[in-house]
Design a protein around this ligand. Structure first.
Ligand code: COA
Length: 336
């Protein structure tokens, strides 16, 4: 980090999931699949899906409200809102603007969305860190929320088994005790393999010009190639990040990874030599909630007593782009 940079405190974390549970057995009503097939390949048993008028905004607002409450900050203290989302209910206004209005965050603070798919929370944290380190902004609300289930093709059994809906939020603020809760952070992208996971927007050129190729507006994924790419890159990447931070894997208390596939999580776990107690997984109950997955695992992990506070954790994520990223963070008492 640059000299004289202002350190950052993670002040509060929250999450929200829809109440509607859809199990693997439920999915057999949609297509030819089985609980055994899905669970053995992914570690997923069930997922939560938005129902009625729930969506990424309502989930995100609830998670953000909880994170704010835990942070001890008031809505007037927030001077920026960043939302990470890749499956929003509307492309604009930004979810961040909707949540700003919903929570009563002052009407003139900047609010915007970023799209880095399942790496979104790490990207948002990295952006917030720059703003806080430079002294430009003091307290920033980060929300990561996705309603994947609205954008899946529910006839595509290889992609639709994987995803669920949910939201997580983190409030970060300038640290007043000189301790930086971000020990290390890093974000990456490789656009040359961007077609591995995509969500095209349906749209047609003006009738006066040559027509464009049309694509249905559904999440498309080459699962096998995504798996191969991530399994090759992620374990080494996380290990290198820890080494570059001047640490050893055993110096870190928890691995809180993006929840996309249990086998990918286990590959990172094996590389770091961690026992199951050090690895936070909730994929069994939520599936892949995209951007929300890391803060959801973190907040729920603390709430359920798996993660003890006053600890350190390595977060890591990957997703469409392809993007990936990681952070080594301090988890202080009182954040959840
Ligand atoms: N139930 C039963 N059979 C299924 C199925 C399902 N839900 N989905 C696919 N199949 C079938 C296929 O039709 C195929 O049959 P065939 O051999 O007769 O053609 C067979 O299972 C193998 O399909 P394939 O897509 O090669 O499966 P896979 O072993 O690669 O597993 C994933 C699919 C999606 C579970 C796996 O590729 C994966 O998890 N990839 C990572 C995706 C990911 O993490 N995405 C999010 C990134 S943020």
């Amino acid at each position: 980090m640059i000299n004289n940079a202002i350190p950052l405190r993670i002040a509060g974390v929250g999450y929200s999931v829809p109440s509607t549970v859809v199990t693997n057995d439920d999915l057999t009503k949609l297509y030819d699949t089985s609980d055994e097939w899905i669970y053995s390949r992914t570690g997923i048993k069930e997922r939560r899906l938005v129902s009625g008028n729930e969506n990424a905004v309502t989930l995100g607002a609830e998670a953000a409200g909880k994170a704010l409450e835990k942070s001890g900050l008031k809505v007037e203290d927030i001077d920026m809102v960043i939302c990470a989302s890749s499956a929003p209910p509307e492309l604009y206004p930004a979810i961040a603007c909707r949540i700003q209005a919903h929570l009563g965050i002052p009407n003139d603070v900047p609010a915007f969305d970023i799209t880095a798919a399942c790496s979104g929370l790490i990207y948002a944290l990295s952006i917030a860190r720059g703003f806080i380190a430079s002294g430009m902004y003091k307290s920033i609300l980060l929300v990561a929320t996705d309603n994947n289930s609205r954008l899946l093709n529910w006839e595509d059994r290889s992609a639709s088994i994987l995803f669920g809906d949910g939201a997580g939020a983190v409030v970060v603020t300038a640290s007043e005790d000189g301790v930086d809760d971000i020990i290390s952070i890093d974000i990456r992208a490789n656009g040359s393999i961007g077609d591995l996971i995509r969500l095209p927007l349906a749209g047609k050129n003006c009738p006066l010009v040559e027509p464009n190729d049309e694509h249905p507006q559904f999440i498309e994924m080459n699962g096998k190639e995504v798996y191969k790419f991530v399994a090759r890159v992620l374990p080494h990447y996380v290990e290198d990040m820890i080494t570059k931070a001047g640490m050893k894997a055993e110096d870190i208390d928890y691995l809180i990874p993006h929840q996309a596939n249990l086998r990918i999580i286990q590959a990172v776990q094996e590389r770091l030599g961690y026992s199951d107690e050090k690895v936070v997984t909730n994929i069994k109950y939520y599936g892949n909630t995209s951007a929300a997955s890391i803060p959801l695992a973190m907040a729920e992990g603390v709430e359920k007593g798996k993660v003890k506070l006053g600890s350190t954790a390595v977060l890591c994520g990957f997703g469409a782009g392809m993007t990936w990223g990681g952070a080594i963070v301090r988890l202080r008492e009182g954040i959840v």
